[in-house]
Write a protein that binds this ligand. Structure first.
Ligand SMILES: C[S@@+](CC[C@H](N)C(=O)[O-])C[C@H]1O[C@@H](n2cnc3c(N)ncnc32)[C@H](O)[C@@H]1O
Length: 250
């Protein structure tokens, strides 16, 4: 990866979970004045409408089994763009550092002497349950939260999650990218001794117009979401009952 005589700066910007109202002020300002935006697959159309109409848009997104560019190519593209443009925005869903490979990009850009700034976003694992009246902690129900990836593909993120340890590590468990492996994950948590009656929420396309939520329990069968390509979060824990309680009070 060559070093650069950089004219610009790369901004690793978190777009939040989809609703443009959840983008940070700093993120919005940068989108409005960006020269070029390299974006992921999960960016919502409403966020796109905020981007400078004269900016060049480059899709570098990844979805399961469908990578338009590999990570090295994305990093090289960021370095190249920073040699031509003043404001290069690398736009990622949620927060760039939560299962977003932002850390790898930060290291590679810094190694290449490209100025870089991280603009945090609201991660989907926190924003999406919150918008659905699911507080991840609660004084009586949950003193701890664990964010974990359910994606165990070769060479991706953090394989070899110790689900037995996860089962007992926190009152509330939030699983990103877990839908594809959900039956194995549930089995592992149950085998480790997590109560089958623990509430479980599956939330698809949270904060977006096509949002869908299914509430079940860890041990129960359910239907309706298994084959979706839409982003889905899994939340496990007693705090889900707060949503149900609030609905019964309306
Ligand atoms: C590659 S990870 C990126 C996470 C992102 N950096 C963040 O902080 O939210 C993609 C996963 O995030 C979750 N996700 C992202 N946006 C979501 C949304 N609007 N609704 C539900 N889950 C979402 C899903 O589990 C999805 O498979």
């Amino acid at each position: 990866m060559g070093e650069s005589s950089t004219v610009g700066k790369v901004y690793l910007v978190g777009a939040g979970p989809g609703d443009p109202g959840l983008l940070t002020v700093r993120g919005k300002t940068l989108l409005e004045c960006a020269d070029v935006v390299l974006y992921d697959a999960l960016i919502s159309p409403e966020i796109f409408r905020l981007i400078n109409p004269n900016a060049e848009l480059i899709h570098v997104g990844k979805r399961r089994g469908n990578h338009s560019l590999n990570q090295e190519e994305i990093i090289q593209l960021l370095i190249d763009q920073a040699q031509e443009h003043a404001i290069v925005v690398r736009l990622k869903g949620g927060d760039p550092f939560i299962f977003g490979r932002g850390g790898e990009e930060l290291i590679a850009l810094t190694q290449a002497k490209v100025p870089v700034e991280v603009v945090p976003g609201v991660t989907s694992g926190i924003a999406v349950p919150a918008k659905l009246n699911i507080p991840l902690t609660h004084r009586e129900l949950s003193s701890s939260v664990l964010l974990v990836t359910g994606h165990e593909g070769a060479g991706k993120y953090q394989p070899d999650v110790n689900w037995e340890a996860v089962a007992h590590a926190a009152d509330t468990i939030v699983i990103y990218m877990g839908l594809h492996n959900l039956s194995q994950i549930r089995q592992a948590l149950l085998t480790a001794g997590r109560d089958p009656n623990t509430p479980m929420a599956l939330i698809q396309a949270g904060t977006q117009p096509e949002e869908k939520i299914i509430i079940t329990t860890l041990g129960a069968e359910f239907e309706g979401l298994e084959n979706t390509k839409k982003p889905t979060l899994i939340v496990i824990g007693e705090v889900i009952n707060i949503r149900e309680l609030c609905q019964s009070l309306i």
